[in-house]
Design a binder for this molecule. Structure first.
Ligand code: HEC
Ligand code: HEC
Length: 342
């Protein structure tokens, strides 16, 4: 009991110590935004930009991240830790951030649409993804900046930015990234209209994969062959599809002692390194779900071949390019499974 109360005392002391914003920033953010916000993989957080974005926006951005656009969500940080990071970032400019009213803009979507097409599409793209030829990647960004113009259709951006903040950015532009100021080109009402239109931008629906398997967490096929033959068939089909196969594992390996492991449940792990490299470039979080595996299980006299539904897994990342790869992977894995059970 005594130890318990000491522990509690220690925990309450520890949680009252103010978190170190600099240390947290350097640990969590500097890889992408550099040590003093010079930018890199992440957008620059320079004085100019800090004067345009509110603490509220930075805090929300830290919390929700930018799904599918590299920036992770840091949803396990405490409010105090997020606050400390914001204070540290603010210390670079020595000025408090702007505060924007939360009220909705009085813009008109229908009037905003043609204005967006005329003034914003060339850099931010039709759909606001900031991608595609002739966008800011090549036109407006210095070559040393690796980041494309921020994706305005990103749910992380949409959830973090207020109408008033977007209005202000359009009004002032962003010198660092080459975004012009629209002060002399658009009236206040026209900017409000563009903002209203920007609010309607959404990421394209992720590609879904084959109808037959949609909504199912796994592909499952019954094999007409015995267990050993089925395992061999899967390996052969994988090799035929140019995959490298890792030593197989029993499904229960590590979960139970070695004498009671069910040897009639095997996980065949495989990978195509070129593809893997490509996938990691699209979304580094994929490292946690790879390599791919196909399981062969004998249960109640039946031999089953099972794989996770990769097309569905890929949609979780909310990244169009990735869901396309997921659909492609689905096709390959299903053909391997079909070949092995034919
Ligand atoms: C793995 C890389 C990565 C890490 C780590 C990362 N970011 Fe980002 N961040 C990005 C990218 C990329 C963007 C731009 C996203 C886009 O294109 O829409 C971004 C955008 C932002 C923005 C929006 C900037 C603007 O101009 O609107 C803020 C603010 C931000 N990050 C703060 C942080 C903070 C604070 C941390 C640490 C807690 C952090 N980021 C960690 C990559 C990262
Ligand atoms: C010449 C290219 C260019 C044009 C034209 C342009 N932008 Fe940008 N915009 C950028 C770049 C590049 C960035 C990222 C700049 C940075 O953070 O350094 C950006 C950033 C933004 C941001 C901040 C996003 C974020 O996550 O921080 C908003 C909002 C925005 N632009 C809206 C618009 C709107 C609306 C229009 C049309 C009225 C427009 N832009 C026109 C290049 C452009």
């Amino acid at each position: 009991m005594k130890y318990m109360s000491l522990l509690l005392l220690f925990l309450s002391l520890a949680s009252h110590a103010a978190p170190d914003g600099k240390a947290l920033y350097e640990e969590k953010c500097s890889v992408c935004h550099s040590y003093r916000g010079e930018g890199g993989i992440g957008l620059p957080l320079t004085k100019e930009i800090l004067s345009q974005i509110s603490d509220d926006y930075i805090g929300r951005t830290i919390r929700v991240g930018r799904p599918g656009r590299i920036m992770p969500s840091f949803n396990t940080l405490s409010d105090a830790q997020v606050g400390a990071i914001i204070r540290y970032i603010r210390s670079w400019s020595g000025k408090p951030g702007p505060v924007f009213k939360a009220i909705k803009s009085k813009g008109n979507v229908a009037r905003g649409k043609p204005l967006y097409k005329k003034h914003c599409v060339r850099c931010h793209g039709q759909d606001g993804s900031g991608e595609g030829p002739g966008t800011g990647v090549t036109q407006s960004r210095e070559r040393s900046f690796m980041v494309m113009p921020a994706a305005l259709n990103n749910p992380g951006f949409q959830q973090s930015a207020s109408d008033a903040m977007i209005h202000d950015i359009v009004l002032s532009g962003r010198k660092v990234g080459g975004m012009p100021s629209f002060k002399s080109k658009l009236t206040d009402q026209e900017i409000a209209d563009v903002v209203a239109y920007v609010r309607t931008l959404e990421p394209p629906a992720p590609k879904q994969g084959m109808e037959e398997w949609r909504g199912k967490p796994a592909y499952i096929m019954e094999s007409p062959y015995d267990f050993e033959t089925t395992v061999e068939n899967v390996k052969q089909a994988l090799t035929g599809a140019n995959f490298r196969i890792f030593p197989p594992r029993y499904l229960e390996q590590g979960l139970t002692d070695e004498f009671s492991v069910n040897t009639r449940q095997i996980s065949i792990r495989f990978c195509n390194f070129k593809e893997l490299y490509h996938l990691l470039n699209i979304d580094p979080r994929l490292g946690t779900v790879l390599p791919c595996r196909i399981n062969v299980i004998e249960r109640d006299g039946k031999v089953l071949v099972i794989s996770a539904n990769v097309a569905q897994l890929a949609t979780l990342f909310n990244n169009q390019e990735l869901s396309e790869v997921g659909v492609l992977m689905e096709e390959i894995i299903l053909s391997v499974m079909e070949e092995a059970t034919l």
